[in-house]
Write a protein of this length. Sequence first.
Length: 384
Amino acid sequence: MKSDTDILVIASGPYISAFSAAVGGKFPAGVRAHELDPAEQVPDAVIGDATQIVAEVDPRDAGSMRRLSSLREHYSHIPLIAAIGDASVSLVRTLVRQGVSDVVSLPLEPEELMQVVLEASVRRDTRPRSARKLAPLVAVARSIGGCGATSIATHLASDLAEHAGDAGAVIVDLDLQFGNVGIYLGVNPRGSLNDLLEAGDRLDDDLLTSTIGEAGGGLSVVTAPDAILPLESVDIDQLLRVIHLLRQRFGYVVLDLPANWTNWTLSAALAANSIILVCELSIASLRQARRRLELFASVGIESSAVEIVVNRVENRLFKTIDLDDVSRTLNHRVLGKVALESPLVSTSQDQGMLASAVHRKSKFMADVRKLGQLLRDSSLKRED
């Protein structure tokens, strides 16, 4: 009889051999091993019907960290255990906060491995796996506070909703302390993101429906909580489950990230198909944008996944900084710009409206639509 347990161990040759020797050449029932170097991507065929994945991780290798992120993103329904040699307490805590179910030591010890697997199995989400493709996910980040990232996020989400058919789009306000998405869109739903984060195993489509607000035009909204919450209060596993459920339900998902970077905001960014980094034509903004690009690279986010958008660009004859300067300064291509159109945007948001409701043919809206088109043709292309 075929076992319901399928524990996949992925590690390099020496560790597989050592584990095989430790169990006398015969793996425990329900355990199989596949030999891959720490940075090698895992083919879908290897994953198969795995109920748990134990994967070797080298935290010094960016490719290995990218593989870990990829496994967590593409197989979020499967408990993921990181196998690491000489892991420090701080590293273990960081990995667990980023969505890893648990950590085991290398070389693998049979008793420790089976104990960790058993504990992860108890915590496992037993909901059935959905075959539905996940919607494209875009995370909007800011170089500095006040650069207009939320304005870009809300208007981009609205543009994406217009091109998502019946599925629509949803914007999630992840700024737990200072989020304004609901205010900008004139939405005041009965629930907030906090209700979803605290739901635990009660998280389902019905709870989503009762929490989400509607901004019109196919755009839904998950607002930030009314009360200021400590940033460290977010459970990474639960946040990723919320994002996963939203990606199953909507045609596009937009995350408005907070200014502060934590383990869970990085986990959300790692899950995104595209990260929009919003900056301005100022020395302070570009300096912080460069620091954020360095942060992204340090956690294994591919440079190609990050798009630079320059906000509040004025059409002046003489400019101290232009878009070419931005690209050279950041050593990163610029996706596009958004025109400064004051007071259109601020006036609209004060009334809880999109700028398109006031002046659909404005330069600001034309630039947002162009950005939306560029993204839909590349990193946010849907597989309908």
